[in-house]
Design a binder for this molecule. Structure first.
Ligand SMILES: CC(C)(COP(=O)(O)OP(=O)(O)OC[C@H]1O[C@@H](n2cnc3c(N)ncnc32)[C@H](O)[C@@H]1OP(=O)(O)O)[C@@H](O)C(=O)NCCC(=O)NCCS
Length: 260
């Protein structure tokens, strides 16, 4: 055996047989959801259909947020210069960082630390949240996962939490984030809604997803949205146009219902 030999535990590739974390890929196909397979690939465990449903909802909720987010503008700017699809997608992804999409990572850290602190001190989640808010306020720090430039009651957060309750998957991560938001409101008199990054962070904590992967959830969800922007830019707009960041309006289909 050469000294270049190394091991991987993700996919076993044999002639005419592919196994992801031990499961045949052709058996996973059509039998489990994309969300379940993402969870399997990342953690090594095949989760229940309910976890898959919540994973799918997390991926659906961040698919696009119009043409103003920095990642959409970056992808459109690259596309307008004639960049190929992969380069324009990369330009969009490279704009997903600490202040755009990155709140999932920051919020997961706060929730994980808070839950460890509550377990170690024996204090309740509301008591721990009150202590944490006092500390954040003393340090004049913002809590990632709270506040939104546009939404005061983000429909995605509401739906994610309702689904998690319905599927009995909402745990202490969700409770702590709700307690932090309530405590902040009580102490400042200002309502800072839980944004979708915060909602995803709380659910990822409850699903025991490693925090190192947090930002990847936003990236996975947003790639199809970026592709739609890139395709529209290339098929409808003049090359190298001046792209105004906010002066645009929607001209797509009118509001409609899911059939059936
Ligand atoms: C998202 C965000 C930039 C929106 O900001 P905004 O609505 O434009 O609000 P502003 O930046 O004008 O802040 C208004 C006030 O609320 C406070 N505030 C806003 N978000 C806060 C937060 N997450 N935690 C604590 N205080 C917050 C600000 O300090 C400011 O207080 P001040 O008037 O006493 O200075 C902001 O809420 C934020 O930084 N959130 C944390 C990061 C995050 O979750 N990002 C993901 C967004 S999807």
């Amino acid at each position: 055996m050469s000294n270049l030999h190394w091991t991987t535990g993700i996919t076993n590739v044999k002639a005419n047989e592919l196994r992801l974390r031990g499961y045949r890929v052709d058996e996973l196909m059509g039998n489990v959801s994309f969300g379940q397979v993402v969870y399997l690939a990342l953690t090594g465990d095949l989760p229940s259909a309910n976890v898959g449903k919540l994973m799918d909802a997390m991926l659906v909720c961040s698919i696009d947020h119009g043409a103003t987010p920095p990642s959409a503008l970056a992808a459109r700017t690259a596309a307008s210069t004639g960049a190929p699809l992969n380069a324009a997608i990369a330009a969009g992804i490279l704009s997903i960082n600490e202040f755009h999409g990155g709140a999932i990572h920051g919020c997961m850290g706060i929730l994980q630390d808070g839950l460890e602190r509550a377990a170690a001190s024996g204090k309740s989640i509301p008591e721990t949240a009150a202590e944490m808010i006092d500390e954040f306020r003393a340090e004049k720090k913002r809590i990632p996962g709270l506040g939104h430039r546009i939404h005061t009651d983000d429909p995605r957060t509401r739906r994610l939490f309702a689904l998690a309750e319905e599927l009995e998957l909402a745990g202490e991560g969700v409770s702590l984030l709700k307690a932090l938001a309530a405590e902040l409101m009580e102490k400042t008199g200002r309502s800072l809604p839980i944004n979708v990054d915060g909602a995803i962070a709380a659910l990822l904590v409850d699903l025991k997803m490693p925090r190192e992967l947090a930002n990847g959830f936003f990236i996975m969800a947003r790639v199809p949205g970026l592709m739609a922007h890139i395709h529209e830019e290339k098929s409808r707009m003049r090359p190298m146009r001046r792209i105004h960041p906010t002066d645009h309006e929607y001209d797509g289909p009118p509001d409609r219902q899911i059939p059936g």
